[in-house]
Write a protein that binds this ligand. Structure first.
Ligand SMILES: Cc1ncc(C[n+]2csc(CCOP(=O)(O)OP(=O)(O)O)c2C)c(N)n1
Ligand SMILES: [Mg+2]
Length: 586
């Protein structure tokens, strides 16, 4: 417990027994103490009025303060830390503009169900509410509310403990997400008796309580599964977040059911697992008759559970859905067997209900999947073995695939369009929670923020596989990576633009096309500017050598991987979502 002494004499040991030591604490220290009491050890943020001193004092009091160049990346780091640790990541910003910069990350965290708390300083309530033009005036609480799970404001020092506790509980309980905590400037300098201050703090007990599924719901799900001829499990990032890796594996292996990992659930079981149907994705989505969703939502990433992708012409499918949020059920299609509860409890209940003599899925089904998987993997191996010049997505990712195989503990951060889509299918993951990417929104700009958090939280090597456009959104944070000496190796897939570098200006004018960048840009020099290692790779062999050196040294490294500028396709694999594609279809 940190306390602020009123005056030097307060430290005098000769104060008579029984009288108050007059030790006081203040808003700054109560915030810090409340966070520490709840096991929070790191703050990601950008200093400025009114929270500069808070960052200094937090560092003095033993918290790690990671200071960024832009709040969006601090917010993304906090969100990724939340996903990796199942503790809320903290992002600290100044008022109005800093708050707004952090808001994208807060909304993204909420969409991804990552626990995160955005703490922003704010201006004088009395002036803001009368709109009298305060410094950085903004009604931040009202703006944050629709974009997060919960939003709180603390006006009095004695309420800081409650405010922080409520924020933590809201971020972690049920479906995790983003929470906003508004701390007006005046709060920080408010003082109160140190002992009363300490007593006002709350250590949150059981912030994410287990929620056991109802026994009849478990029985209903098992009945549905028993009748399946072509069952399929889909693992979502919720299953990865839950940190119940052994229970999930037990469910998959006891049931013998083929599974598909969503992007951030890759590695929950190794991608090389015999039951992985990832290489036969289209086939299993179309053909499955009963689908078990484990912490995965039927949103656009799963084509809303209907249509051609799901073999609609073969008739409706039956769904079993495991989710902690009851309102997720029936969001897109009828869920015949909802299983509401925490993932660990739900999959354990299913395994218990299966008992010893559970019949594995028919060999006809698993055999048909294996056949398609093996065929697709052979085809991919042949493509990866080609060594075209210039290097393309496949040959570069073939090299990275081997690096990740040799360093399974490394965390892969991935964004871009083609760079994302190809990496997701080519680079196998072997361990849980080692892949961080654009998530539910498919958002660009998570790259360097996620990389910083991954390195800070795990201390393991980070490999950021970045489209050249994607990298640009957070590129300045390589200074942050260098400043904190983080073991991050950024590989920029440089194809001179968004999707590819060959588009032309339709007007014939002098400006390049909207998707095209400066040709042959030297991204590696950016890293060199801050003392990191920067180099160019034009072949898979050069890429391999540079990445091995980066991982061995642990030094911040940026590899400018020169990719054939004609190789990419429009929007990667989601071309069909472009309005002009819809027009062509109509
Ligand atoms: C915040 C945000 N802005 C814009 C987009 C639209 N967008 C999708 S992918 C992409 C960049 C793709 O180019 P690049 O990262 O170079 O990948 P490539 O396909 O060239 O490998 C953009 C701008 C987005 N997804 N998110
Ligand atoms: Mg590109």
């Amino acid at each position: 417990m940190s306390a602020v002494l009123k005056s030097p004499s307060d430290a005098d040991a000769s104060v008579p027994e029984g009288t108050s030591t007059a030790a006081e604490t203040d808003g700054f220290h109560l915030v810090i103490d409340a966070l520490k009491l709840n096991g929070i050890d790191t703050i990601y943020g950008v200093p400025g009025i009114p929270i500069t001193d808070l960052t200094r004092m937090a560092q003095t009091e033993g918290l790690r303060v990671i200071s960024f160049r832009h709040e969006q990346h601090a917010g993304n780091a906090a969100a990724a830390a939340g996903f990796l640790t199942a503790k809320p990541g903290i992002c600290l910003t100044v008022s109005a503009p800093g708050f707004l910069n952090g808001l994208t990350a807060l909304a993204n965290a909420t969409t991804n169900c990552f626990p995160m708390i955005l703490i922003s300083g704010s201006s004088e309530r009395e002036i803001v509410d009368l709109q009298q033009g305060d410094y950085e005036e903004m009604d931040q609480l009202a703006i944050a509310k629709p974009l997060c799970k919960a939003a709180f404001r603390v006006l009095h020092a004695q309420d800081i403990g409650v405010g922080v506790a409520r924020a933590i509980r809201a971020a972690l309980s049920g479906r995790p997400g983003g929470v906003y905590l508004d701390l007006p400037a005046k709060l920080f300098s408010q003082t109160m008796d140190a002992a009363a201050g300490a007593a006002s703090l709350i250590k949150v007990v059981d912030a994410a309580p287990r929620q056991l599924p109802a026994p009849d719901a478990v029985a209903r799900a098992l009945d549905m599964l028993k009748g399946a001829k072509r069952p399929l499990i889909v693992l979502g990032k919720g299953a990865a977040y839950a940190q119940v890796d052994d229970q999930v594996r037990a469910f998959v292996e006891t049931s013998g059911i083929p599974y598909l990992p969503m992007s951030m659930a890759k590695g929950l079981l190794p991608d090389t697992h015999a039951q992985s149907a990832a290489a036969a994705r289209s086939y299993v989505l179309q053909e499955a008759d009963v689908v078990v969703l484990v912490g995965a939502r039927l949103n656009w990433l799963l084509s809303h559970g209907k249509g051609k992708t799901w073999g609609a012409e073969r008739g409706p499918k039956q769904f079993i859905q495991i989710d902690i949020a009851p309102t997720e059920m029936d969001s897109n299609v009828a869920i015949g067997a909802p299983l509401v509860g925490d993932i660990g409890s739900c999959v354990s209940a299913l395994v218990a209900g299966m008992g010893k003599g559970w019949a594995k899925p028919p060999a006809e089904w698993t055999g048909a999947i294996a056949e398609r998987r093996d065929k697709n993997l052979t085809k991919m191996a042949a493509t990866l073995a080609l060594n075209p010049s210039p290097m393309n997505f496949h040959s570069a990712l073939g090299a990275i695939r081997e690096i990740v195989k040799a360093n399974p503990e490394a965390i892969v951060v991935n964004e871009g369009a083609n760079t994302l889509d190809f990496a997701r299918s080519i680079v196998d993951m072997y361990l849980p929670r080692k892949r961080l990417d654009v998530g539910t929104w498919g958002i660009m700009g998570i790259g360097m923020g996620f990389s910083v958090a991954a390195a800070v939280v795990t201390g393991k090597p980070v490999i950021a596989i970045e489209g050249d456009s994607a990298f640009g959104f957070s590129g300045m944070e390589i200074e942050t990576i260098c400043r904190y000496k983080l073991p991050v190796c950024v590989v920029v897939f440089n194809n001179n633009g968004i999707y590819r570098g060959t588009d032309v200006n339709g007007s014939g004018g002098e400006d390049v096309a909207p998707t095209v960048f400066v040709k042959d840009a030297r991204y590696e020099l950016m890293m060199q500017a801050f003392g990191g290692e920067g180099c160019t790779a034009t072949t898979p062999a050069e890429l391999t050598a540079a990445m091995n050196a980066a991982i061995a040294s642990g030094k911040p490294t940026l590899i400018n991987a020169v990719i054939d500028q004609t190789a990419g396709t429009e929007s990667g694999r989601i071309t069909s979502l472009n309005p002009s594609a819809a027009k062509k279809k109509a």
